[in-house]
Design a protein around this ligand. Structure first.
Ligand SMILES: Nc1ncnc2c1ncn2[C@@H]1O[C@H](COP(=O)(O)OP(=O)(O)OP(=O)(O)O)[C@@H](O)[C@H]1O
Length: 575
């Protein structure tokens, strides 16, 4: 069945909790009605109990009030629990798309995406949704209820409450505008700081060996000051508005009491109404005050949601169709040009050739000529700006992510292994991988005996990035990973840079195996030995294709040009 994948947006994920949000809305409605328990109790005590001096009435009223308080306490706990569950559900729904976006970002945006952290943004959203922030937002729609009640008590009290409420509302809007940009700035600066931290940690050996610690710390310190400044500005502004609103609330409450007392003196309202209206007023303003307190996290959540949405949308590039037949016959490159993701500069262009099943291509060229760029375009991680790269007529992006992994094997220049066991790395972390296939890939890469000699064989943990293996071992595990599952197209970028003679022989054998089973192997080479198992050669210089054809012919042409009789030397010259 052909199926189109699509990333979930933050709104989609929140929408899946629609019924839970309705539940919270109903709980909030009941809670807000129950909030009137205190003022009504006070009203009754003043106007009924004191005037009648009836102790039984006081006891009954107290019992009812206590029950209502307990009930509202339970509802409050229920609402907090529901919010926590919603936050976890949204988090779980977006966890995988965010992780995928995180992995795709560098390939799509290059260095431009380095400040974007989908995981961190998702965490910000989760924390806000699980906090009391949404609860205070849910309380806001019930404010008119309190104002209406104050109006019912006396219109003068109602107008005063309304004027106070409007003033506070204006302050909330000012707070929103004042906090928006510093909060955004804080987010950006935090991301920049973690970037430095991450890169220093990743390159810790270089930093320690060459005494770069001090200089990196200085660089980090230079970033701390502006970070503190924006953080301080965001907090200062938010605190300022919270304090002003708090002050206003206190003034308003006393003003309500004063106006109530005046009206009571004039015998327009009772003493109970005077107290109750002041309490209701405080209750009406409480959600605004809470919302202002939660405002920085609300803005941070909204900005994180906006960023995450954009990233999820941008990374929704799995336009492939599941179930498209896998390629088996040919690779065609038509006047292809490529550049690094997110970079405008074209790094390689005018590449044109085609290979049939069973072919092996060696790519040679000087340093920085564009070989790796082409290898990346070939496996679909760098964009094809012009022309096309097709496998059996289809461009790589026409296959779904998952299917692509079934016909592409790639060994990058920096091998990039993952924390896990040798077997997991070879099997590309496929939990259902067949052990026989893992061992077959290892044997093909000539590393089976070496793995068997490790302390726990295939179950040996190799550490972060394969740190517990030697460079040559890493390269061969990477080769086995590229060969795993017998992919149709295997692209190897300088696979022999760390190999000994035995390793190079295993590599040549593996390349021959690929060709014999009807696959296509492409190898980027600096050393002539890597060309032993190929029948075609492509020469790239200065970001352009210089020659393509049968190995012997291309090498002898270059040989004639350079006047050398030895193909090995010719290759070296071509590099
Ligand atoms: N991520 C990147 N962003 C911008 N430019 C890049 C990026 N990666 C490589 N380049 C540039 O692209 C050009 C080709 O680089 P590439 O890595 O393809 O060369 P290469 O032929 O593989 O070199 P080498 O043999 O040294 O590995 C170089 O000029 C390099 O500076």
């Amino acid at each position: 069945m052909l199926k189109r994948n699509r990333n979930l947006s933050v709104a989609d994920a929140i929408r899946t909790c629609r019924s839970a949000f309705w539940g919270i809305f109903v709980i909030s409605a009941v809670l807000n009605i129950l909030m009137l328990t205190g003022p009504i109790f006070m009203l009754q005590v003043y106007d009924r109990v004191l005037s009648s001096s009836s102790v039984p009435t006081l006891v009954v009223l107290s019992m009812i009030t206590l029950s209502l308080y307990l009930f509202s306490g339970m509802l409050d706990i229920l609402r907090s629990k529901a919010l926590l569950r919603i936050s976890m559900r949204v988090y779980t729904r977006l966890c995988n798309p965010s992780l995928r976006a995180n992995i795709r970002l560098p390939v799509l945006l290059g260095s431009k995406g380095s400040g974007v952290h989908p995981g961190r943004d998702l965490d910000t959203i989760r924390r806000f949704l699980g906090s009391q922030g949404p609860a205070s937002i849910f309380d806001l729609p019930f404010m008119p209820l309190y104002f209406a009640l104050v109006f019912i008590m006396h219109s003068a009290l109602g107008y005063l409450a309304l004027a106070g409420g409007a003033l506070i509302f204006v302050l909330v809007i000012c707070n929103e505008f004042a906090s928006r940009s510093p909060t955004k700035e804080v987010g950006m600066r935090t991301a920049a700081q973690s970037k430095i931290m991450d890169s220093a940690r990743r390159n810790s050996e270089v930093v320690n060996a060459m005494g770069m610690l001090g200089r990196l710390s200085d660089r980090f310190s230079e970033m701390v000051e502006p970070y503190y400044f924006s953080q301080q500005m965001a907090t200062d502004r938010s605190n300022f508005y919270s304090s002003v609103i708090k002050l206003l609330r206190m003034i308003l409450q006393s003003a309500m009491l004063a106006l109530g007392a005046y009206l009571a003196i004039k015998q327009e309202i009772s003493g109970g109404v005077m107290i109750a209206s002041s309490i209701i007023m405080a209750r009406a303003i409480a959600p605004i005050e809470q919302a202002v307190g939660q405002w920085p996290s609300f803005i941070a959540c909204r900005q994180a949601a906006g960023r995450l949405n954009q990233v999820l949308l941008q990374c929704d590039v799995d336009k492939g169709l599941e179930g498209l037949p896998l390629p088996r016959q040919e690779l065609t490159v038509q006047d292809a040009a490529t550049s690094a993701p997110g970079e405008p500069l074209v790094l390689l262009q005018g590449v044109e050739f085609s290979l049939q099943a069973g072919d092996g291509l060696g790519i040679i060229g000087g340093s920085g000529s564009g070989k790796t760029s082409f290898a990346r375009a070939l496996v679909g991680v760098w964009p094809v700006l012009k022309g096309a790269i097709r496998l059996d007529g289809s461009t790589i992006d026409q296959w779904s992510d998952q299917d692509r992994g079934r016909f592409i094997g790639y060994l990058p220049q920096d091998v990039e292994l993952f924390e896990g066991t040798v077997a997991e790395n070879i099997a590309r972390f496929d939990k259902d991988a067949d052990v026989v296939a893992i061992v077959a890939a290892a044997k093909m890469a000539g590393i089976h005996n070496l793995i068997a000699g490790l302390p726990e064989g295939y179950n040996t943990m190799i550490g972060e990035g394969g740190a517990r293996l030697s460079a040559g071992q890493r390269q061969r595990v990477g080769l086995a990973r590229a060969l795993f599952g017998n992919p149709f197209l295997v692209v190897l970028d300088e696979p022999n840079s760390n190999l000994d003679v035995e390793g190079e022989q295993a590599l040549s054998r593996a390349m021959m195996d690929i060709r014999e089973r009807g696959g296509i192997v492409v190898v980027v080479a600096h050393r002539a030995s890597a060309l032993a198992a190929v029948n075609k050669v492509l020469i790239i210089q200065n970001g352009q294709q210089v020659a393509f054809g049968d190995k012997d012919q291309v090498l002898s042409n270059v040989s004639m040009l350079s006047g050398s009789q030895q193909p090995g030397k010719v290759v070296a010259n071509a590099l």
